[in-house]
Design a protein around this ligand. Structure first.
Ligand SMILES: NC(=O)c1ccc[n+]([C@@H]2O[C@H](COP(=O)([O-])OP(=O)(O)OC[C@H]3O[C@@H](n4cnc5c(N)ncnc54)[C@H](O)[C@@H]3O)[C@@H](O)[C@H]2O)c1
Length: 253
């Protein structure tokens, strides 16, 4: 396999399905060796088989809750043990519990922050010392354009993703002289299996979410993965601290 990530080692979190799996497949096609992690061990194993077919090498697989810092540390440690380095970290684990703020419970509020923000904080915390020592690193977070457009029912989710956007700018400045870039890719709606299910079960709700997108459709997963691929490469060396929307124009500027 040759591509712009040949010789690079990339971690993708939340890689068992959806956008995370699309990113893992894209980075594998670009030549990277992969370490994948997810809560869902069974689906992660299936993702591992798909990625191995693309890279010719078994990916590192770590099953567990990445909001637990010990799972995050194991992911980084296992990756270094298998491949000797970590060049790219894609913080994709997450997903919304999308409901009106008043309808949340203490549990759903905590879960929203845990899965969308703590997962990224711990992964960054464990990987950045290695990246600083090797004077090279690319961190790409999956944020959300709903932070910018204030989409209905997204307040709690936006609190988590907005935290991730803030982590991006703060870390980008702290690590700017270390050869490390930190950016966020912020989709609006994406055509995942989950989105397909919403379109079937609640077409009015799906249409409401799409109504804010001038292009009139959700992003394809490959369109999101393409931006992640660019930001994961050495060519993106002067892009840092950015929240880049892949959103069909749902916010502009
Ligand atoms: N789908 C969209 O329209 C959309 C829009 C904007 C942002 N995003 C973001 O993109 C990312 C991927 O979205 P998706 O639609 O593919 O989601 P998804 O729910 O289909 O997949 C997310 C994966 O992350 C894993 N995960 C969640 N919490 C975890 C944890 N604590 N530890 C380990 N794994 C965990 C899940 O098990 C799942 O496999 C998420 O961060 C999401 O918030 C999605």
């Amino acid at each position: 396999m040759t591509g712009h990530l040949t010789g690079k080692v990339a971690i993708v979190t939340g890689a068992a399905r959806g956008i995370g799996l699309a990113i893992a497949e894209r980075l594998a096609t670009d030549g990277a060796l992969l370490a994948l992690s997810d809560l869902d061990g069974e689906a992660l194993a299936q993702a591992g088989v798909k990625v191995a077919k693309l890279t010719g090498k078994k990916p590192v697989l770590v099953t567990g809750d990445l909001a637990d810092q010990h799972v995050s540390k194991k992911l980084v440690d296992d990756t270094v043990a298998a491949f000797g380095a970590v060049h790219v970290l894609v913080n994709n684990a997450g997903g919304g519990i999308i409901k009106a703020f008043a309808e949340h419970t203490p549990e759903t509020l905590k879960a929203t922050i845990d899965r969308n923000l703590w997962t990224a904080i711990w992964a960054c915390w464990h990987v950045l010392p290695l990246m600083r020592a090797q004077k090279y690193g690319r961190i790409v977070n999956l944020g959300a354009d709903s932070v910018r457009n204030g989409l209905w029912d997204h307040a709690a989710y936006n609190a988590a993703k907005g935290g991730m956007h803030g982590l991006t700018t703060g870390l980008a400045r702290e690590y700017a002289l270390d050869g490390i870039t930190i950016n966020t890719v912020a989709p609006c709606a994406v055509n995942t299996p989950q989105m397909e299910a919403i379109t079937k079960s609640a077409p009015a709700l799906a249409a409401k979410f799409i109504s804010v997108i001038p292009m009139g459709r959700p992003a394809e997963m490959a369109e999101v993965a393409s931006m992640v691929s660019y930001l994961s490469g050495s060519e993106a060396s002067f892009v840092t601290g950015q929240v880049i929307s892949v959103n069909g124009g749902s916010t502009m500027l």
